[in-house]
Design a protein around this ligand. Structure first.
Ligand SMILES: Cc1cc2nc3c(=O)[nH]c(=O)nc-3n(C[C@H](O)[C@H](O)[C@H](O)COP(=O)(O)OP(=O)(O)OC[C@H]3O[C@@H](n4cnc5c(N)ncnc54)[C@H](O)[C@@H]3O)c2cc1C
Length: 353
């Protein structure tokens, strides 16, 4: 006689008053009333119907590299563990590869490269999980994942159903998506990527070509590009294992072209890029913060990285509330000096921006 199918809800591990500090890259004190660890996303309907979630809500936690706990979370933190990778289709030119939400992002990128597939190499070494990647449409070195996502599989809390959204329905924008805007509605369970067997390398951005030249490589493979990106990132960004941080703390602001032109008239060296739509320009938040005098600034253990004005750091015992206070003062000073509003990139838990 065959045994009955295992109940995924029975495998969920519940922890009361969970300490999440070590699960976040800022390494600040962080607690949730409950942590539910789901080996299988099939347990989501049961977990979401649990009174502990119904009373105080849920917060999905992946690698914790884009979260700032400014206070405790009163509900249930959900950690999805599914890390399976499957090739769904492969016509010899392109392949569709699916990864579970719990897979480490960089590990997934390297796995696709080992399969001979290209498209994600510029996004190497971004911390976090596959499931979080569509939330803010991660991007680096000239590539954002919206150009590589085929579909996102998610649990829709509004519909109470599992759905599969083609990339065009995900509302992707610069460091944004409908998953981020419609907070609490979506739990991403897996992501499908469309990747190529014939590489079309993107080498034009921020020193990749120079790094490859320094590595003595003249005909780079996608794996070489990944290695070059890793070398640049290890040099430029503080390692969260050594100095707590969440990468860029602010998004690059998008402003009307007329405002950008007025600022350029005062500061001709200010970086200014196309803003993704006619009449808009993207400014460099790092430049604005450095020009306002904050680079390397430190208040107790909360600080701005000495080498990177966009990265807030925890020098040891900073709290999330202290880092949030510093971030608000930086934004206020940039607003006062340049008339430009800065928006935080990480999700802030336990306080409003
Ligand atoms: C050193 C460093 C460098 C970084 N560099 C970059 C960079 O170059 N480009 C870039 O874009 N980002 C960068 N980041 C930010 C971060 O790595 C990404 O945003 C990453 O995708 C976050 O993944 P995570 O699993 O850690 O998400 P978490 O921090 O755990 O969560 C982030 C948000 O996504 C939500 N979330 C997570 N998983 C799911 C899910 N399965 N379903 C629904 N919601 C979910 C969370 O609730 C939260 O709102 C960097 C961070 C660090 C620390």
């Amino acid at each position: 006689m065959s045994s009955p199918p295992a109940d995924p809800a029975a495998a969920v591990r519940w922890t009361r008053d969970a300490d999440l500090g070590a699960r976040t890259s800022f390494r600040v004190p962080a607690r949730a009333a409950w942590l539910a660890e789901l080996p299988d996303s099939g347990a989501l309907p049961a977990v979401l119907a649990d009174p502990r979630v119904e009373a105080h809500g849920h917060l999905v936690i992946g690698g914790g590299s884009n979260l700032l706990f400014a206070g405790p979370f009163p509900g249930v933190a959900l950690a999805l563990a599914d890390d399976a990778i499957n090739v769904l289709a492969d016509d010899g030119g392109h392949a569709i590869v699916r990864a579970g939400a719990g897979r480490g992002w960089h590990d997934f990128v390297r796995h696709t490269l080992a399969l001979g597939l290209s498209g994600l190499e510029n996004l190497s070494l971004i911390p976090g999980t596959v499931g979080a990647a569509p939330i803010q449409n991660i991007g680096a070195y000239g590539v954002e994942i919206d150009r590589r996502v085929h579909a996102v599989e998610a649990w829709d809390r509004d519909a109470g159903a599992r759905v599969r959204l083609p990339a065009a329905d995900c509302g992707f924008a610069y460091r944004d998506s409908r998953f981020k805007r419609e907070t609490g509605r979506w739990i991403v369970t897996a992501v499908e990527f469309a990747l190529a067997r014939t590489p079309r390398l993107e080498l034009g951005y921020a020193g990749i070509g120079a790094e490859l030249a320094a590595m003595g490589i003249t005909a780079p493979t996608p794996l070489d590009v990944s290695d070059a990106v890793c070398r640049i990132r290890r040099r430029k960004l503080p390692d969260p294992g050594v100095l707590g941080n969440a990468g860029s703390f602010f998004k690059n602001p998008i402003v009307p072209a007329a405002q950008a032109d007025a600022l350029l008239a005062q500061a001709p060296d200010m970086p200014c890029f196309a803003g993704g739509a006619p009449g808009l320009r993207k400014l460099s938040a790092a430049w604005l913060i450095e020009a306002a005098g904050w680079k390397g600034h430190r208040e107790g253990d909360a600080g701005v990285a000495p080498g990177h004005a966009l990265v807030l750091v925890n020098h040891g015992r900073a709290t999330g509330a202290e880092l949030l206070g510093l971030a608000r003062r930086i934004a206020a000073s940039v607003q006062e000096r340049f008339g430009v509003a800065l928006e935080p990139e990480p999700r802030i838990v336990g306080a409003d921006w």
